[in-house]
Design a protein around this ligand. Structure first.
Ligand code: NAD
Length: 250
């Protein structure tokens, strides 16, 4: 594992905590240089500090573009290229979830989830692919969700947005293969992060009891899948949505 990503440059959105933070650590352990993206300067720099404490020799930087703004993302990714020379890997991981009932949804709430969970994936993929293409290729890995396959009983914007992530993944895999860019997604099950901690107990407990593996997933379980799909071990895999969910069928 140690040198699996040696010499590679990775950008991880939503890299400040939870699954994204685990991906940042996994990539660093595998020898990559990493730009971690946060939603604000303060949280991005604080996460970078934590990384530097754990990995004193880490080749890492923090960026905090508005992921839904093409200019802002292009500027931030250009900074990464200036510092590290290229971008080989983009982990499109930033996302929000919702559990609002259909009757209570506001237009803004629905727009917010589409903006971050879908538009940002497209905007970041476009900016990264432009750089990757120039440098001979790369890998994009998106964070989908198991609910993209089964739906969920409230918060319809979330599974709808992740279903769209699967669509982007499969379409961009076909479109970008000629530029030697692979595009895959990981569909996590129920993973122990802040996102799950804030969901109502009556929504989560029944789901956990139906996980055949008998436990909730850990962020590292998902980071391992990102590592595999980002590495040359997966060089013939593109357009895949890999479920990492302990076998759950919701
Ligand atoms: P989390 O809430 O701990 O982390 C979310 C990350 O997204 C944070 O780093 C946060 O800064 C970032 N983010 C949120 N809003 C942002 C914004 N407006 N701009 C930029 N960044 C923003 O949640 P997590 O569980 O680590 O989620 C990571 C990804 O995994 C998400 O895409 C989520 O949908 C997906 N996912 C999580 C689970 C789970 O059970 N935890 C299951 C399936 C999919």
């Amino acid at each position: 594992m140690k040198d699996l990503l040696k010499g590679k440059i990775a950008v991880v959105t939503g890299g400040t905590r939870g699954i994204g933070y685990a991906i940042v650590k996994k990539y660093l352990e595998a020898g990559a240089s990493v730009a971690l993206c946060g939603s604000r300067q303060q949280t991005a720099e604080a996460a970078l500090e934590r990384i530097k404490e754990e990995f004193p020799d880490a080749s890492a930087m923090a960026i905090w573009p508005d992921l839904t703004d093409p200019q802002s993302v292009a500027r931030a990714f250009a900074e990464v290229k200036d510092k590290f020379g290229k971008i080989d890997i983009l982990a499109n991981n930033a996302g929000i979830s919702q559990s609002t009932a259909l009757y209570d949804y506001t237009e803004k709430e629905f727009d917010d989830i589409l903006e971050l969970n879908i538009k940002a994936v497209m905007v970041c993929s476009q900016a990264a692919a432009r750089i990757m293409k120039e440098d001979g290729g790369g890998v994009i890995v998106n964070t989908s969700s198991v609910v993209s396959l089964y739906g969920q009983a409230s918060g319809c914007g979330y599974p709808a947005s992740k279903y769209a992530v699967n669509g982007l993944t499969k379409s961009l895999a076909r479109e970008l293969a000629k530029d030697k860019i692979r595009v895959n997604a990981v569909a996590p099950g129920i993973i122990r992060t802040d996102m799950v901690a804030k969901l109502p107990d009556q929504m989560i407990q029944p789901l956990i009891s139906r996980i055949p593996a008998g436990r909730m997933g850990e962020p590292e379980d998902i980071a391992n899948a990102f590592l595999f799909l980002s590495s040359d071990l997966a060089s013939y895999i593109t357009g895949a949505v890999l479920s990492v969910d302990g076998g759950v069928i919701i």
